[in-house]
Write a new protein. Structure first.
Length: 204
């Protein structure tokens, strides 16, 4: 980031940089099929050899990620996902046009059913930047996750979230939104696993 860009940020843009890791020989097809089957017209998106970045309104970013994870999970392949969310970054100026997008519509029935019925084990970490009471904000986020029903426990450097894809994404979106009211620059990380063989062992 150069000095000029650091002064041109739009605090309303929410962004997410994520990587999908299908544990299958057909991983390229799984990723490409998921990306092609999801409506990404209301987010700025760029994919390279390492990750995919989406930017836009808060609602569209979380809705798009939910749809992508559900689509990638449809064939039962073990999927791992790493995602970094950010809002209020001083250098975030690309994609301003997408802030005028209409609120997201409900997911297509097939993806909605997958999202509500597919279990995801995950961990998230919240970083409210520049706030002295950041631990209070993090504790409040864990309380919110508990109320939604996805908080499992605290782990080293993160908090555990378990549940269906839609409920975990709802948790992330709710926590992110409430944190933005108390911090001008918010960063959140999320590591997720779907269809892991270890999930079956844990539930036996």
């Amino acid at each position: 980031m150069n000095q000029q860009n650091s002064c041109n940020g739009n605090p309303n843009i929410v962004g997410c940089r994520f990587s999908l890791y299908p544990m299958a020989d057909s991983f390229v097809d799984v990723i490409k099929t998921a990306l092609a089957s999801v409506d990404t017209s209301n987010v700025w998106m760029e994919t390279d050899d390492v990750s995919t970045c989406i930017r836009g309104t808060e609602a569209h970013v979380f809705s798009t990620l939910e749809a992508l994870l559900a689509a990638a999970s449809k064939d039962g392949v073990h999927i791992a996902l790493n995602a970094n969310f950010s809002a209020g970054c001083p250098g975030d100026s690309e994609g301003d046009v997408y802030l005028d997008a209409e609120p997201p519509k409900e997911l297509p029935v097939s993806l909605k059913e997958l999202s509500s019925s597919t279990y995801v084990g995950s961990q998230f970490a919240l970083y409210p930047m520049g706030t002295a009471d950041y631990m209070d904000i993090i504790y409040e986020a864990c309380k919110t996750a508990t109320e939604i029903g996805t908080f499992s426990k605290g782990v080293h450097y993160a908090s555990r979230l378990d549940g269906s894809i839609d409920k975990v994404i709802e948790t992330l979106a709710t926590v992110f939104k409430q944190t933005r009211t108390r911090s001008s620059h918010v960063v959140m990380t999320w590591q997720a696993s779907v269809h892991s063989p270890s999930h079956k062992k844990e539930n036996e």
